[in-house]
Design a protein around this ligand. Structure first.
Ligand code: R5P
Length: 294
């Protein structure tokens, strides 16, 4: 069966790697805005009967989701066999409970919306915390891969004597697995969040690791405050400046620049295109794609 890959704007580099590794036909489309702000969609490839894969970074999802859904509608009208979504970063997973009265549980509503549109979903390290598995909220087949091995691979060639540090309890799942894969010790700090940009992180027992390079590993870097707080504590304990690895660099405006100005080395995977991308997810995604494509 023909396999066609459509790459949404902003994911061209990762899209090109997948294109090469997976020998996909390249999907051609025109997506633009009418002067009134509505979206124009035109598919220029013959998609009838094809397995279609859409690669879309879901960073800043609100502006991407409507064009994506209009494209899905167009592709279905044109007679595709199936449409799968590769969203290396899966948005809205952090609003996974009603933290305050009256709030929405957006993770559930977003999952429902996507599940109605796509035949399957492939993602990397979604923020699974109070939701333990994607199938608790996604009704379509959904596969969550982990960037643990690509991160460990990067560490093996870039950092001598690393100490993996998880900046908070939620990051323990990555810190422990990355440390095991990279064969090095690990520590986890504890964090309290007081607001979108206010976090406080506690000090671990790191003194025995002063000869090592601390490597903070987390799933998401957004405002960068978690990483900055953790880094400040590590430095106050006499450690070298840490390397900060985020699987998904969603970076609020100015966040990466602020971290770099504070002397931090910021490294991310290419789940979201950014100059900090050093960890390539294409081979991992290809392995996942094999489960959905024949
Ligand atoms: C928390 O739930 C996540 O795992 C990250 O620790 C968090 O999203 C990082 O956010 P920020 O960069 O804004 O501190």
């Amino acid at each position: 069966m023909r396999r066609i890959l459509f790459v949404m704007s902003g994911q061209e580099a990762l899209g090109a790697s997948l294109q090469d590794l997976g020998s996909f036909e390249k999907g051609v489309l025109e997506l633009r805005q009418f002067p009134d702000g509505e979206t124009y969609v035109r598919v220029d490839s013959d998609v009838r009967g094809a397995q279609v894969v859409l690669l879309c970074q879901l960073h800043h999802p609100d502006e991407k989701i409507l064009p994506l859904l209009l494209l899905v509608g167009t592709l279905r009208d044109l007679g595709v066999h199936s449409i799968g979504l590769v969203a290396p970063y899966l948005a809205y997973m952090r609003q996974d409970k009603r933290f305050h009265a009256g709030e929405g549980i957006s993770a559930r509503y977003f999952a429902r919306l996507l599940s109605q549109q796509f035949d399957w979903l492939l993602t990397v390290d979604p923020h699974l915390h109070r939701i333990h598995a994607l199938n608790e909220v996604y009704s379509m087949p959904a596969l969550a891969l982990t960037a643990v091995e690509p991160i460990a691979q990067w560490l093996r060639s870039h950092v001598k004597l690393p100490l993996i540090v998880g900046p908070d309890g939620e990051s323990e799942q990555w810190a422990r697995k990355v440390a095991l894969a990279a064969d090095c010790p690990w520590e986890v700090l504890s964090k309290q969040r007081f607001g979108d940009r206010e976090v406080e992180v506690s000090l671990p027992h790191v003194c025995e690791y002063l000869d090592r390079t601390p490597v903070l590993v987390d799933d998401i870097i957004s405002t960068g405050r978690t990483m900055q707080q953790a880094a400040a504590h590590l430095r106050a304990s006499g450690m070298q400046p840490p390397v900060c690895i985020g699987v998904h660099g969603i970076f609020a405006p100015g966040a990466r620049e602020e971290m770099e100005a504070a002397g931090l080395r910021v490294v991310t995977s290419n789940s979201i295109a950014d100059v900090s991308n050093q960890i390539d997810l294409a081979p991992l995604l290809m392995l996942g794609l094999q489960q959905f494509l024949r």
